[in-house]
Design a protein around this ligand. Structure first.
Ligand code: ATP
Ligand code: SF4
Ligand code: MG
Length: 392
């Protein structure tokens, strides 16, 4: 496909109102490295409707950034292998050229990055950074682009926007810089916005303002949004659904309320216990998840969370659990001994009786026990319990 002016939007020129805006199926992104194939994203599936927000949550290294960048086609290195399917507005994105994917950036899909200082050009005035995309995609005059840049800066809540247009990034505060990157991302009216840890580089007081701004803009523009974070607290009141990632896979996916009220996956439960809660007395120790995420070149043969899981049984180390549906609609999880079920309760009790460190750490919040998880997982692999559990 050509990328000449006027032909840039061909990939998205066959809109389907029936299909979800984004449909990802068995999507994989692997990296060829001298040490072996890094399976950073390994069989992820989800759909996202127009106007909806999906939170993607997981520890560092779980594959959140690779997933969103790979869907957008931002990973262009020669060692990247993208397979499976990612359909945007009915059009397949896997297997198409980088230049075709690039044609969707800005007008169809856009991204707000973690650190505004690295995504903004330090030697270019704000006005030019916003208007460049507008002029590239819409072929409008410099004056019109400047006027639109002013309107965009106003809409993202930048005080004294006229003055700011003529400044450089270093003259703005961190919060204002992130507002500018949001203005740039919104400039060409994308239908889908990826926000990858958009507030982690900002101080706490500004974080909520930026998240509120993203939510406002998403609602006003009826965009779909993927909000990537390692913090379940961030996505709690701001998303329609949450997908929890662990070691390159989605391990639980549910409507946001369901996830918080009816968690099934022990990994999600552990993430929930690591969020501070208002009702907790001050100085309450937050739970840490003992151990480390697995090697993505040689992931464990069974459940990838097994070496760190308080509920793990021998079966978990042998067989990879499939994604199954819970009773509540739209709720999927990957676990043989789910939280909140008899099988889960019995598994946890067995592990406590055998003094399995992960189980003791989860129940008592004891960080010394959490510290032993890593040692045991590294030294001996599978946990030491011997009783076989039932399937659920
Ligand atoms: N170019 C690359 N080559 C090899 N491995 C890579 C490459 N890029 C990412 N990875 C690996 O892919 C895995 C997933 O990385 P990713 O950046 O998606 O994690 P993340 O969930 O976004 O973590 P964080 O919360 O720290 O941002 C990591 O193990 C990372 O080391
Ligand atoms: S109980 Fe087993 S299958 Fe479920 S998360 Fe733990 S290790 Fe994985
Ligand atoms: Mg990341």
């Amino acid at each position: 496909m050509s990328t000449k002016r006027g032909e840039r939007r061909i990939l998205a020129a066959a809109p389907s109102t029936e299909a979800p805006l984004l449909a990802v199926e068995d999507f994989r992104t692997h990296f060829e490295t001298p040490a072996g194939l890094v399976k950073a994203v390994d069989g992820v599936s989800f759909t996202l409707e127009r106007g909806k927000t999906l939170g993607i949550v997981g520890e560092s290294g779980s594959g959140k950034t690779v997933l969103s960048r790979s869907i957008m086609g931002l990973l262009t290195a020669r060692n990247v292998r993208r397979t499976g399917s990612a359909r945007y507005n009915g059009q397949e994105l896997v297997g198409v050229s980088n230049s075709e994917l690039r044609a969707l950036w800005g007008t169809e899909m856009a991204m707000v990055f973690q650190d505004p200082m690295t995504s903004l050009n330090p030697v270019m005035r704000i006005e030019r950074q916003i208007s460049e995309g507008l002029r590239y995609h819409h072929d409008i005059s410099g004056d019109d682009a400047a006027q639109q840049a002013l309107e965009l800066l106003t809409s993202v809540g930048i005080p004294d926007p006229k003055r700011r247009l003529h400044q450089y990034p270093h003259e703005l505060s961190g919060g204002m810089r992130q507002r500018v990157t949001i203005a740039i991302a919104l400039a060409c009216g994308p239908k889908m916005l990826f926000a990858d840890e958009p507030t982690t580089a900002l101080d706490v007081t500004v974080q909520a303002q930026i998240l509120n701004l993203l939510n406002e803009q998403q609602r006003e523009r009826h965009m779909a949004m993927v909000l990537v974070t390692h913090d379940l607290g961030v996505v709690a009141g701001r998303t329609d659904e949450i997908a929890v990632m662990y070691a390159g896979q989605v391990v639980e996916h549910a409507p946001t309320r369901t996830l918080f009220s009816n968690v099934r996956m022990p990994y999600t439960e552990a993430l929930l216990k690591s969020i501070p809660k208002l009702e907790q007395p001050s100085h309450t120790r937050l739970q840490i998840i003992g151990g480390r995420p697995p090697d993505l070149i040689h992931p464990p043969k069974g459940c990838r969370f097994a070496p760190r899981c308080p509920y793990a049984q021998p079966k978990c180390h042998e067989e990879q659990p499939p994604l199954v549906e819970a009773e509540t609609p739209g709720h999927l999880y990957r676990c043989w001994f789910p939280v909140g079920t008899d099988a889960g309760r019995e598994a946890l009790e067995r592990n406590l009786a055998h003094h399995v460190p992960a189980a003791e750490a989860a129940v008592t919040g004891d960080s010394a026990a959490a510290g032993r998880v890593e040692v045991e997982a590294d030294a001996s692999g599978p946990a030491t319990t011997t009783t076989d559990g039932d399937d659920t």
